[in-house]
Structure formats: C-alpha cells, structure tokens
Design a protein around this ligand. Structure first.
Ligand code: SF4
Ligand code: SF4
Length: 301
C-alpha cells in the first residue's frame, strides 16, 4: 500500500486516513521516495492510494515508474480527477484503476458527498472507453441492504467493470462510528455475497468470503500487505498504528508479528480486513484439496 499523499478532495464519513493523518495531510512522498519504497519491498502488486492519489502532481511518473519495474499497480481513487488523469496515463496489463463506490447514488453520496456517484461512474465509463482495466471497491456499512448490493453489482457490470472488491466497514482506532458493521452483521452480509458471488465478477477470494461469513477461521498475516506513507513504514498494519519505521527492513525486523498473528492485541479482536486476511488465503489456499479446487474455479471464471 503506497499512500502517496493523505490529502483528499472528499471527506467521507467512514474514512480513517484523513482523521489519523490530519497533521501531515498536505505532505507528499516524492516520486523518488515512492520508487525507493518499491525497491525496498518486493511486493508484486502495489496499491497506489491516499488520501486521493490523483492529487499528487507527479502521479503519472510514479505509476509509470512502478509499471516499468514490472509490478502490478492498483490505483485506488474516488474518481473525481480520473477523467483528466487518464489523459496522462496509458492502459497496460500491469495497470488497474480501482474506483471507490460504496453503493448506488443515494448511499454513495450520503457517505462521499452530493453528486460524487455520478462523477465517479462517468469517470468509469470514460476510463473503460479509453481502454483501461477498471475495477471497483465497495465498503459495506450498516445500512447497505442485500437488494442494493445486487442492484449495485448489476449496475457496475453494465458499466463494463472488470471486477468488484467488497469489504466490511470496520471500526478502527481513528474512526469509531455507528455506520460500521458488528461481526454478526458482517457474517450475514457476506453470507449473502458469497451466495451470489458466482453470478458477478467479485474479486475477493472465496476463502476470504468464507472467513467473512463465519465459516472459516483465518489468522491475520499483517506483513503480507505493508503500508508506506509520508511518515514511514506503518507498523503493524494498514489499519492500526504503533509506530512508523524508516526502512522496510526495520519494519519487518522490529514489528512484533506474533502479537498480531495470534490476535492477542485487543485492537485486532473484531478485525476481518482484507489487508490482513487475503494474504493468509495466499499462504493457506494450497493446503486443502477442496480449497485448491474452489480457488482454481474462481481463478478461471
Ligand atoms: S475518498 Fe478515500 S481517502 Fe478521501 S475521504 Fe473518501 S475514503 Fe478517505
Ligand atoms: S487483525 Fe486487523 S488490526 Fe490486527 S494486525 Fe491484522 S489487519 Fe491489523
């Protein structure tokens, strides 16, 4: 997770970043620091995020620099600046645009602001017309209904998106809010999503969805998804912060991984975030024949 800036042109209700980093929001990683970070950390996929990463004045140089090193880029954006940004970028098999859409217009605008849904979906249409791979990322909150989810997936597929990620809205240190789901609600919503996942291009792995619906136990793998931002390498994980390290090696060496792996930190109690648990699927997905078959079917849909 490469957070090139925490500055944002929105102030969404569920966002932890703009709250946790409000003191350094105007700061940015330089292009050189971004490329240095991906030299330090050999992750094959780099999620370029923020804040709103398209507010970085050299975002095209950063993205092209990562692609030139043959790493896959997921550019996470709220879509507001996307139509202009794609004029400076080229489609590539290494490049995915990932637009944040939390529901149909009424729901998304209630969280992100009036008119944001229309602008974001217009940007998706434009990016698809220009030949980019585009997926979406939907956070599910307390008032997201099953009917709305199914309508949203149909609508997004109608726009031609290449895949859809879903994740539970999670109450973390810097944003305690009643819009987030409790564990029982996560299990119910994701039981429903698992049931319809073969009909839509859901990008979450089936094993992670089974974990979310309470059918599988997984332990967290926080080092599988390291986060670099202006403050340094964020330890232990994308979600909670004890400290920031200057280098990737210090971060890997000095973080007390056992504490987070075992879930013994009280802040991990109800966490089911993809940043910690999708890497566990990668580690464990090959251990049971039934998992291998299910993952293979999912990969070749
Ligand atoms: S667009 Fe993203 S970074 Fe900006 S406020 Fe919304 S959730 Fe936070
Ligand atoms: S369980 Fe969640 S909060 Fe705890 S280390 Fe893993 S991702 Fe972070």
């Amino acid at each position: 997770m490469l957070e090139v800036t925490h500055a944002c042109n929105l102030a969404c209700e569920g966002c932890g970043r703009i709250r946790e980093y409000k003191e350094t929001m105007k700061e940015m990683l330089s292009t050189e620091e971004c490329l240095q970070a991906i030299e330090e950390c050999p992750a094959p996929v780099v999620t370029v995020t923020g804040g709103e990463p398209l507010m970085h004045p050299e975002i095209d140089r950063i993205i092209n620099g990562i692609i030139n090193r043959k790493r896959h880029v997921y550019l996470c954006t709220n879509g507001l600046l996307l139509i202009n940004a794609i004029k400076k970028l080229k489609p590539s098999k290494y490049f995915n645009v990932n637009v944040h859409i939390d529901g149909l217009a009424k729901t998304h605008d209630a969280i992100a602001g009036k008119g944001v849904f229309e602008r974001a979906t217009d940007a998706i249409r434009e990016a698809k017309r220009a030949g980019f791979r585009v997926c979406t990322n939907t956070t599910i909150y307390k008032n997201t209904t099953e009917d709305e989810l199914e309508d949203l997936f149909s609508f997004l597929e109608g726009l031609g998106v290449d895949g859809m990620l879903v994740s539970p809205g999670f109450s973390f240190e810097h944003n305690k809010n009643e819009i987030f789901l409790c564990r029982k609600e996560v299990e119910e919503r994701f039981g429903f999503i698992y049931g319809i996942s073969s009909r839509y291009k859901i990008l979450n792995s089936p094993l992670y969805l089974k974990f979310l619906k309470g059918e599988r136990h997984l332990r967290c793998t926080p080092w599988g998804n390291p986060t670099r931002n202006y403050m340094g390498w964020k330890s232990p994980c994308y979600l909670i912060t004890d400290t920031h390290y200057k280098t990737f090696n210090e971060y890997m060496k000095n973080t007390n991984w056992i504490r987070y792996r075992n879930g013994s930190d009280p802040r991990c109690k109800d966490c089911m975030m993809h940043c910690g648990f999708e890497p566990t699927v990668v580690l464990e997905g090959g251990k049971r024949l039934s998992d291998i078959v299910e993952m293979a079917k999912w990969s070749f849909r």
